[in-house]
Design a protein around this ligand. Structure first.
Ligand SMILES: C[S@@+](CC[C@H](N)C(=O)[O-])C[C@H]1O[C@@H](n2cnc3c(N)ncnc32)[C@H](O)[C@@H]1O
Ligand code: SF4
Length: 358
């Protein structure tokens, strides 16, 4: 029985320079109409009881608390369910955060990225460090006791010292959860263009590795559990919803371009708004592509290894051989017939994962 739902909100105030997520800027007039269709789509699925509900984007905090209330009224959940909203600091103030809490949101994931104003400017973010901190404090004041902060590293012009300052600020704010991603250069973004024109260049692999090491050492010394390659949490505050992705569990995905995994099939919704509306208006699911899932495939093992303390137990000879080879090279360890990433494996995770792909 599926007990998780991802809800995609494809609108942003302004596109950030590095981001290729499916979202449109300057289209906030469309939100009302979008939410109406989203609710119709939700009601095309059976009524499940959701243990986790995740509003992601795009920028779900561009929606009003009334929109969120209307959506939640169409979903079944209980008082223990984890209900997360991704928040861009520039879209909220104390009042709005308080109202999000009142309509049922109980976990926030705040897209702060950095507390350094130069880095925020390079990234094309609309908030500054002061707004990042005040948003966090407003969220606490509004009663949120489960807050995650998104940070980025390996950003052009970012130094180890700038990163250390970000980590010190994190320590003083003391959030329950931190997601920290190294910058991925995505084709089609402003960053990509600037790289092509030699105006921006990636930082060196050595500095990126030093930064990742610094992050792991600092956060684990400060009582955060490094439970997933890019995620750290206080005890009992692992992201329940995202953990279901890494555990390869089923979830519904609704909204434009959303992905889901349901009844043994991975699917992806259409990516054009008119198409999305049109299909929903004839009471059909707006699914673009479907793929049957083989529980023994490489994708499953890659996801399993991301959860650092979970480990994988392949049964097929081909994957056992791959794992044993990686043990010999020091990237995996074998404990009680389960394979886990070693410290070295965590640093070279992408290379490790490539070994699983034919
Ligand atoms: C949907 S956004 C979070 C909510 C909101 N849209 C915001 O940015 O404040 C999800 C996260 O993905 C990360 N992200 C997006 N594009 C990335 C990229 N190219 N490389 C690394 N991280 C990226 C950012 O940390 C961002 O906070
Ligand atoms: S990082 Fe967030 S706010 Fe920026 S463009 Fe991507 S989804 Fe929108």
């Amino acid at each position: 029985m599926v007990d998780a739902i991802y809800i995609h909100i494809p609108f942003c105030q302004k596109k950030c320079h590095y981001c290729d997520f499916l979202s449109f800027q300057n289209m906030t007039d469309e939100i009302d109409n979008y939410v109406k269709h989203l609710i119709k789509e939700i009601n095309l699925y059976p009524k499940y009881n959701f243990d986790t509900i995740y509003f992601g984007g795009g920028t779900p905090s561009l929606l009003s608390p009334i929109h969120i209330k209307n959506i939640l009224e169409n979903l079944n959940f209980d008082s223990n369910s984890e209900i997360t909203l991704e928040v861009n600091p520039i879209t909220v103030d104390y009042e709005k955060l308080k109202q999000f809490k009142e309509v049922g949101i109980n976990r926030l994931s705040i897209g702060i990225q950095s507390f350094n104003n130069d880095i925020l400017k390079t990234l094309g973010r609309l908030h500054n460090s002061e707004k990042a901190i005040s948003t966090y404090c407003d969220a606490r004041k509004a009663g949120f006791n489960n807050i995650s902060i998104d940070l980025m590293f390996a950003v052009p012009n970012q130094t180890l010292e700038i990163l250390e300052n970000d980590l010190e600020t994190i320590k003083s704010l003391n959030p329950e959860h931190i997601s920290i991603y190294s910058l991925i250069w995505e084709e089609g973004t402003k960053f990509w263009d600037l790289k092509e024109k030699n105006i921006l260049s990636p930082i060196s692999d050595e500095i990126e590795a030093d930064m990742y090491k610094k992050i792991i050492d600092f956060l684990t010394e400060n009582n955060y559990i490094h439970y997933e390659i890019s995620n750290f949490s206080k005890k009992n505050f692992m992201a329940r919803h995202n953990s279901k992705y890494w555990e390869n569990k089923e979830y519904l995905g609704v909204g434009l371009g959303a992905s889901g995994y349901y009844n043994g099939i991975r699917y992806k919704n259409v990516c054009f708004l008119n198409k999305y509306y049109g299909i929903i208006n004839i009471d059909d699911l707006p699914i673009l592509e479907k793929e049957n899932v083989d529980k023994n495939d490489s994708f499953n093992y890659i996801l399993g290894l991301r959860l650092i303390n979970k480990g994988i137990s392949p049964t097929e000879k081909k994957y056992i051989e791959i794992c044993n080879n990686l043990v010999k090279k020091g990237f995996l360890k074998n404990i009680n017939n389960k394979y886990f990433l070693t410290k070295k494996g965590i640093f070279y995770a992408n290379d490790v994962f490539l070994e699983f792909i034919d």
